[in-house]
Design a protein around this ligand. Sequence first.
Ligand SMILES: [Zn+2]
Ligand SMILES: [Zn+2]
Length: 460
Amino acid sequence: MSTHPRTSDGTADHDRPARPANAVPGLNALLVPTTELYLDLHRHPELSGAERRTAARFADWLEADGFRVVRDIGGHGVAAELHNGDGPAVLLRAELDALPVAEDTGVPYASSATAPGPDGRPVPVMHACGHDAHLACAAAAARWLAARRDHWRGTLLVVGQPAEETLSGARALLEDGLYERITPPDEVLAQHTAPFPAGMVAHADGPVMAGSVTLEVLFEGDGGHVATPHLTANPLLAAAGAVVRLPAVAAHASDPAERVVVAASSLRTGNTGHTGNVIATSAVLHVTVRAFSEAALDRVASAVEHMVREEAATDPLSPRVTVTVLSRSGITLPDPDLTAAVRAAHRAHFGAARVTGWPGASATEDFPLLTGSGAHLHGKPRIRGAYWMLGATSPAQWRAAPGTGADEKLAALPANHSPRFLPSVRLTLETGTAALVTAALARLGPPTARTVECPQTDIG
Ligand SMILES: [Zn+2]
Ligand SMILES: [Zn+2]
């Protein structure tokens, strides 16, 4: 995910140091290997599509716990399943990939890893989105549930998804037969770190994350001498003009209540070499549109396309324009009934003060594909999804952040994708593991005695 998240409700809960009021029995002992796994993954991050080592660590862990493990699905994807009698099939999903970010947290376990970038030159790599924490929590939850099969009934599925950051991994998993190679789930559960206080979880009443469309706009001319701009189309000028018009597109093509984001993420020109006297033959502009409805995404993306063509046409020598959709992701809209059940389980375990609201972030995810949102599961039974946010900021970091209210502190704290994003290890892992275990227990369990609340006997 990739935006600045904000919690929706008041400040009092956020200022409260968060410690688990009660623990999942046996979780403390599990925290040692879980922390070791987290630190190892954090020190060895891998870019999207190159998650070979990460996938092997995750798969080996699950195999050791008795899961049947399928490796290398859709790239380096991992899928594992554990049958435990008749009952629902519940899938826990975590992501394998890291980002091309140079870690600047200063912690002893900081990543110094590099990997070949798109041009073959090394780029720094960091788990700047917290996917290492998601993996460690999923691994720990899987181990806890595998060791206590008398607490539940059904099929537990665990997936390590590759290439989430490029929004291609979920599609790759499905196209490579994920749900033919493991039992198709009835429900998919996932969580994502964000820089609100560790020890808390947050649920949304509507969308958790936005949908996105990323456009690549190619402006092309024939090049020429910079001293004779009247004789040649200038792709750079058209692209630059388009960039400054993007805010107006967002404003005019959407209702203010729709919460639409339109942003240029990169602009580069080609064929200029190192001289300052050549008009480039091309300019490539990347534009991302984020919105909370498919209709708004379609409308705003086509308004962007209309605008860039119009901008090119203002040049009497009109550069050629080609618009390509680089990626598209659906809106992450959890199932309301499933969310209510998971939220109730979290409240029963953590207490109401540690379960907060979430207004929806303009970050995006390819998680919706795993629930059948999109064409890939056409004709198959619907899969329900729940997705909640996991606090990751330590009490000390929260206290030290400038500002008095939650909004001010959130604005000041390093968010996901920042080189200084720094989850609080123990609290994040402890809470994330308990959140997955209690959610899974609420959804698995004897079919004749299913409950939406985590049985109190399971909570120490
Ligand atoms: Zn991310
Ligand atoms: Zn992420």
